[in-house]
Design a protein around this ligand. Sequence first.
Ligand code: APR
Length: 316
Amino acid sequence: MGKKVTVVGAGFYGSTTAQRLAEYDVFDTVVITDIIEGKPAGIALDLNQSRAVEGFETTVVGVTTGPNGEGYEGIEGSDVVVITAGLPRKPGMSRMDLLETNAKIVRQVAENVAKYAPNAVVIVVSNPLDEMTALAQIATQFPRNRVLGQAGMLDTARFTNFVAEALQVPVKSVKTLTLGSHGDTMVPVPSQSSVNGKPLREVMPAEQIEDLVVRTRNGGAEVVALLKTGSAYYAPSAAAARMAKAVAEDSGEVMPVCAWVDGEYGISGVYLGVEAEIGAQGVKRVVETDLDADELAALREAAEAVRAKQADVASM
Ligand code: APR
């Protein structure tokens, strides 16, 4: 049977994710939902009219949902659900400032996902990311491997882009990695970063690497400050859509994602940014990467910081 993916939230992140998923032309159906009357239907109509030009057969369906779960029957049978519902940051805000508002939204969405798409893999992108991913698992009661968050792919893509620009080399020749939280305790990993297979530390001075690490950690805020209304969505939607595709195709691709960690790196019982194999059941396996002593210490510190916050969301 053909694959079905749902994107909850038809704002900037949701609509660009739906577009990318439709243009892959690997799904039968892309459903996009929102609480705003007409908006998802309008986006679906517009995207479907691009099919003849872009040459894809995927059908996009727009559904407006109500406060009591009205409309959610439209997501039935989804293999993957991407949750983008929630407020974005304004200039000067941290992702954590969105915690309470987005917790209410994500909990309501997740409960309906559990009811109407009980077998779906859930990919959370709403912020603050690590906390909203933990909350979605609590609210759905899905097995932990079937709930994951998008952040590491985006942060890694940002780091890669900065390195490629700084060295004036093709992005293809650059490999970087970021782990940890999608926030202040993000852990860019220079020891696992390379340019044309050469360690990054051999081709770039330490101070410059540190500047790019800091810029990566603040990558989202830099975009927010320029846009002034709303937050980034082109790179974020590229990352989320690739994750959904890996699930649909059961590809087993290794991606940096927010996943449940249970013993890896000596860390247990927390959603954290790590590398993982992605397939039809979500996270197949967390991949433990070799880290320097200070990178490992930073990852453990990140785990404790998000653990405290994730405990708070259980009651939200
Ligand atoms: N169900 C479905 N959609 C909802 C709900 C809900 N309960 N509550 C809000 N929404 C919708 C809004 O109506 C809006 O259309 O979520 C959409 C959010 O869109 P934008 O404001 O454009 O925000 P966007 O840039 O898409 O970011 C969404 O991703 O990166 C994160 O921090 C960002 O949490 C934010 C999320």
